[in-house]
Write a protein that binds this ligand. Sequence first.
Ligand code: DC
Length: 227
Amino acid sequence: MASHLTIAIDGPAGAGKSTVAKTVARRLGLLYVDTGAMYRAAAYLAVKYGVPTDDESAIVDLLNRHPLSFERRSDDTLQILVDGVPVQDELRTPEVSSVVSPLSAHPRVRTELTRIQRQLSEHQGVVMDGRDIGTVVLPNAALKVFLTASLAERAARRAQELRAKGHEVRLSDLQRAIDERDAQDASRHVAPLRPAPDARILDSTGKPVEAVVQEILEWAGEVRGVE
Ligand code: DC
């Protein structure tokens, strides 16, 4: 029988949430849901249709007219489709990255995406990563992890990712951009980036991915034992 274990992984940009969450999900046979990718898909839609990201009603309308759709891939990750077309690299461009944070501050955009995220976890176990999963989206998650790393390390990881995809980046620019985005995410009114009171804080600075994954798997084993 499929497990209905729910694991929330929150934290700032570049902390390694998606790599870690994806691996944990795979090992436990749970669906991995990247909620940042949903906010990015909304930002991508806005860029594609030239809708200003500060116009909340226009963004909500856009999402109603072009609802995001999803497919579970064979590796237990979720493929997002925009206008019926699978999107991936389109969501990670510097342009989308620069508008996603202000867009994600709109309460009605958050309400819509939160509804979808909760629905996805209703009938299946999930590992969901984002900023407000433990605080807002899945407040009853069996395990909540707040994954952090130093700003320097987070910027270096993002630079490596972007360079591997052929983008030219300067480390100092990236560090500033990440720092700004975190400050915006942490200071917004609705669902700010912060650990849930019952989250376990995990600092991944200097730790290999496998060590971080192992720690979370151990915690998952503990919470499963008491469920
Ligand atoms: O994890 P990411 O960098 O792909 O997230 C992109 C943006 O989306 C980030 O700036 C904050 C926002 N976000 C959010 O507000 N709430 C979430 N649950 C996930 C992401």
